[in-house]
Design a protein around this ligand. Structure first.
Ligand code: C2E
Ligand code: CA
Length: 723
């Protein structure tokens, strides 16, 4: 800033040297000028004085010599005198006038430049006017000298002197002086400037140069000014200042270098930490997005990839599929062989299946024994192909800790956009399909809307059914079972009824499968058992013992608590266990024979009878049938109802009746809608019947009326047991 101010000042200020020389010149010139002017004036005055003195001498001399000529009226001599005088230097004219002012001489030098300049020759005859005119000129000095004789004035000598020559002389003298002064001034100025330059300007220039070098960063600059004056002291101070500056700059540089070192150190440490952090972050991210057990993508990552697939599929208008997989009987493995074994199994399954999956596909663990596969760009057929590959990969037994284990899985396939348009709906659909596959033991299943308990109507129905169970607003219907020979009532099948406040009657065929899929079947079955036992107890109280057949779902047979619950209900309501029959379908027995056996054995131990419902529709193996603690076969109503029109059905019914007889099981036909069927069954040796021909399922009061009728009297002791 300081530098720029100097530079800007220098741009319009004359340099110090110039200003100094200008000042010197002005001072010298004005001094010399004044001196010369004074000299000139005194010289001029002196010249004028001499001129006047000269005029006085000439005039007085003329006055003295003219006395005689005047007294003798010798005007010619007077004219001669006058002419002689006029010829003298600086005298323009000389006239002798009488005391009354008239001219006595008439000589005028007409060669005089003054006279030629002012008048024509005609006018020059008039002497006095010419003289008057001449006197009016500034350089003309007019002088009068009296001509005295014996104290009496004879006339006057009038003399006209010109100061022109004197003035010219003075002026020339002035010019000479001025010229001389000029030279002196220049000489003096040069000398003074030289001295000034040596003594003052040079140190200043050195200081300026020093300043410039320092400002350019040359801190080794030393200004050499040895004089012991202010400039010398200034240079000394300047040098000290530069030395200090150098020292502090060096110090600063050292600090700067240290700082730079520190900074570099810090930066490398930050870099190191950043890299460490990035690694940790990556690990954390990996941990957050991967399952620690199998190191496969976890639910979050699967959902994220699914979302990505949804975006891409929407944009490119193509489909993709997702497979959900769940190991069969994994819980059993876990429970019996321990969690560590379960974990090893999951790891092995994860590894094995990962090899089957392409790099571009995502295979991850959703949690527990649930896995998911995302197949970008795959349609349902491709999904099915991959599902087959996965199942094949699991066909070989798995060896864990020397133990060979056969494992199977159930897979559900859902495809975008048919089965869901977002990750959650797709996973839900795949889950439903997987559930279906597990139920049907089909390996894999493609999602079907009809099997989905999650549709809006079904979801709302589920909520309402849950409430209905909790609020006790369901009811039971009873369908009588008749002994064919005696036509006596030997019991009733308990059938659940749900009268929805808005939607009206909802058939059990609709809500039972829903309850099975959502786990509500357990409280629902318990509700049925409790209420059926209450009815039984109530009727017993009025002397009516009605054996009851209660339907059990496949899912009830997975519930190990069921026997205990039934037992406690039997005790609570004082129910004769032999009066209770549980109906289970053929499919249920076939699904998981071991588990079914376990529950059914517990029931048999309590004295409860078991009936195989809808018999003829499944493929029960006779060996299984023989092993099971079964007491009754219930011929499916489809065969019974069609007997009138279809001889094959007659044959089937006959075969079932024979089979039951051979296995020493009682047999009941359901769906008896006509007398013809009733009679046919009777002749075929069927034990009992149930159907609209006899009675539709009816509520308690109506049922009590029914059994009170004569036609079908209650005969519980007719309950058939062939074993
Ligand atoms: P299911 O066990 O085979 O029950 C017999 C079904 O046949 C009943 O239908 C009954 O009304 C009907 N039926 C009886 N006689 C005839 C006839 O002569 N002709 C025709 N066309 N049908 C006849 P519902 O009550 O609608 O029950 C349907 C199914 O719902 C039952 O089939 C059973 O599987 C299930 N279910 C009903 N109540 C319960 C229950 O409390 N628990 C369980 N787990 N399932 C139940
Ligand atoms: Ca039944």
């Amino acid at each position: 800033m300081f530098k720029s101010r100097i530079l800007s000042a220098g741009s319009w200020y004359p340099s110090l040297g110039r200003r100094f020389i200008l000042l010197v010149v002005i001072v010298l010139a004005s001094t010399m000028g004044v001196t010369t002017l004074v000299n000139y004036n005194s010289q001029n005055s002196l010249f004028l004085q001499n001129l006047q003195n000269k005029g006085s001498m000439v005039g007085r001399f003329l006055a003295e010599i003219s006395v005689e000529a005047i007294l003798s009226y010798d005007f010619v001599t007077l004219n001669d005198y006058v002419r002689d005088v006029t010829g003298g230097e600086d005298i323009v004219y000389a006239v002798i006038v009488s005391p009354d002012g008239k001219n006595m001489t008439s000589y005028l030098d007409f060669n005089d430049p003054y006279l030629r300049q002012i008048s024509t020759s005609a006018e020059l005859t008039q002497v006095m006017p010419v003289i008057k005119q001449l006197n009016s000129l500034p350089e003309i000095i007019s002088m009068e000298f009296p001509i005295l004789f014996g104290g009496k004035a004879l006339g006057n000598v009038v003399l006209g002197m010109t100061s022109k020559r004197v003035n010219d002389l003075s002026r020339q003298d002035l010019y000479r002086q001025l010229l001389g002064s000029g030279f002196i001034i220049l000489f003096l100025a040069a000398c003074i400037f030289l001295v000034f330059r040596i003594s003052a300007l040079r140190p200043i220039v050195r200081l300026v140069e020093g300043y410039r070098r320092v400002s350019q960063g040359d801190l080794d600059t030393v200004v050499n000014v040895s004089s012991d004056d202010e400039l010398g002291r200034l240079a000394l101070a300047f040098n000290k200042m530069v030395a200090k500056l150098k020292a502090s700059t060096q110090e600063k540089d050292t600090v700067l270098v240290q700082l730079q070192d520190l900074n570099a150190n810090l930066e490398s440490r930050v870099e190191e930490r950043t890299q460490e952090l990035a690694i940790v972050n990556k690990e954390l991210e990996h941990l957050a997005l991967h399952d620690p057990l199998t190191n496969l993508p976890n639910r979050s990552l699967i959902q994220d990839r699914l979302q990505q697939c949804v975006f891409e599929a929407k944009r490119d208008k193509h489909s993709f599929s997702v497979i959900m997989m769940d190991l069969d009987r994994f819980k059993e493995v876990n429970d019996t062989l321990g969690h560590n074994f379960g974990d090893l199994l999951l790891m092995e399954v994860g590894q094995r299946l990962r090899q089957v999956i392409r790099e571009t596909d995502t295979f991850g663990r959703l949690g527990g024994d649930e896995f998911a596969v995302i197949l970008p760009g795959a349609d349902i057929e491709t999904g099915m192909l991959v599902a087959n590959k996965l199942l094949t990969a699991l066909e070989d037994s798995i060896n864990i800790d020397g133990m060979e284990l056969s494992i199977s899985a159930s897979l559900g396939i859902a495809s975008f956009p048919e089965h869901g348009v977002n990750p959650s709906s797709l996973l839900k659909s795949a889950d439903v399909a997987m559930y279906e596959a597990k139920q049907n033991k089909e390996g894999y299943c493609v999602y079907q809307f009809n099997n989905d308990p999650n549709t809006p109507r079904r979801l709302s129905l589920m909520g309402e059914l849950r409430r209905a169970v909790a609020e006790d607003t369901l009811s039971l219907a009873f369908q009588p079972k008749i002994h064919l020979q005696s036509k006596k009532v030997i019991g009733a099948e308990v059938l659940l009824r749900w009268q929805h406040p808005d939607k009206g009657f909802i058939p059990p065929d609709e809500f039972i499968p829903l309850a099975e899929q959502t786990g509500l079947i357990k409280p629902l079955t318990e509700w049925v058992i409790r209420n059926a036992f209450e009815s039984y107890a109530r009727w017993c109280g009025s002397g009516l013992r009605v054996p009851l057949a209660i339907n059990l779902s496949m899912y009830n047979l997975r519930d190990n608590h069921l026997p205990g619950f039934v037992n406690s209900m039997l005790a609570q309501h004082h129910v004769q266990s032999s009066d209770i029959t549980f109906e289970i379908t053929e499919g249920t027995i076939m699904h998981d024979p071991l588990q079914t056996m376990k529950i059914l054995s517990a029931m048999e131990d309590m004295g409860i009878c078991l009936s195989i419902d809808d018999f003829g529709t499944g493929y029960s193996s006779l060996s299984n049938l023989k092993k099971l603690p079964v007491h009754e076969l219930k011929i499916d109503k489809a065969f019974v109802m069609d007997m009138a029109s279809d001889n094959d059905d007659v044959a089937i019914v006959r075969t079932i009746i024979d089979l039951a007889s051979n296995l020493r099981l009682s047999v009941v036909a359901e769906g008896v809608e006509s007398e013809h069927a009733f009679e046919l069954l009777k002749t075929m040796g069927c034990d009992s019947a149930q159907g609209y021909f006899i009675s539709k399922p009816i509520f308690e009061s109506e049922f009590l009326q029914f059994v009170a009728q004569r036609k079908f009297r209650l005969e519980p002791q007719l309950k058939i047991s062939r074993k």
